[in-house]
Design a protein around this ligand. Sequence first.
Ligand SMILES: Cc1ncc(COP(=O)(O)O)c(C=O)c1O
Length: 381
Amino acid sequence: MTTHIAVPLLDLKLQYDSLREEIEPLLREVCDSQYFVLGPKVLELEGSIADYVGTSYAVGCASGSDALLLALMGLDVKAGDEVICPSYTFFATGGAIRRIGAIPVWADIDPTTFNVTQDSVKAAAAQCTNLKAVMPVHLYGQTIDMDGVLDACRELGAPMIEDAAQAIGAKDETGAMAGSRGRIGCFSFYPTKNLGGFGDGGMITTNDQVLAERITKLRVHGGERRYYHNEVGINSRLDALQAAVLNVKMSYLEQWHEGRARNAKLYQTILSEFDNELLVTPKAPSAPARHVWNQYVLRVLNGKRDSLKDYLAEQGIGTDIYYPVPLHMQECFSDLSYKGMELQHTERAALETLALPIFPELTEEQIGYVATTIIDFLKNQ
Ligand SMILES: Cc1ncc(COP(=O)(O)O)c(C=O)c1O
């Protein structure tokens, strides 16, 4: 019988405790300046994100959801146009497409990586008559097969918008960073992300100067000069307070990725000692690719996922399901036709996935407790 230890899915207070002394004077500086929207702190963050991702430009905005919306607007995607994206993702991916009246066309996922593939994008494209863009998601912090899906985009004549909200720092099979090879990369600084702010925030990356300038304009109501508007944009500016926090956190990002990778490896070592056909653990891709483990997601077979989740909760372990309802099954998308589309891996993943605590501050003891509690459960099935 193992001793009961509380292991939350995420504890942001631990990270804050370690950075409090660095962050608080900078927050005070912003308050003293009363300069709250955009400004020098945001410019500094835009510069360091562009350097980190390896693009010529980075444009801050109010959230990852707005980054997707601005990317679509910047590429002139309009009502009635089709955009391919996964159905197995956070709502914002499909939501941004639908918000501008365009039509999400769902691509199925690979059952091992949970990401769309070259073939699934092509299968989705075969349903399209008016395809304008492809918006894959680097789910959980692992990139899609960039070479393959970029080839498909080239063949289809459609630009790629990378939804890299969960994947800052992830590297693809060529070692390139998420958000650097598509036409546009979109990032989220929601607090649970590997680089999380003290509220909402987002960023767009691109190598296209014209696009960067257009999106910079679209985020301030489409005005190049104040009060002069030649197109309609939105209000989506990044706050100086968020940028101040994120500028500090940038210098710890690599160390946090390493902590997450260490935890993933520990889970893998313990769980793989117990050979059980009910459990599938996620695999780290081989270098130069890099998973940044925004989520560590198991697959639990034979309908046992929910009872494992309940059992872990009883033992003080937090978990979550990303995502229980695929987008093509959401009520608000029920008017969209996806007839003939096979989304079998998507529908299965929604029934089988379970995310475990993976944040960098977890101790070996906590990881060991989570893994052995899972093994205890499986032994009794
Ligand atoms: C895959 C994905 N896309 C988009 C978003 C939207 O980001 P935000 O919450 O910053 O609007 C998220 C964030 O949760 C996400 O996980």
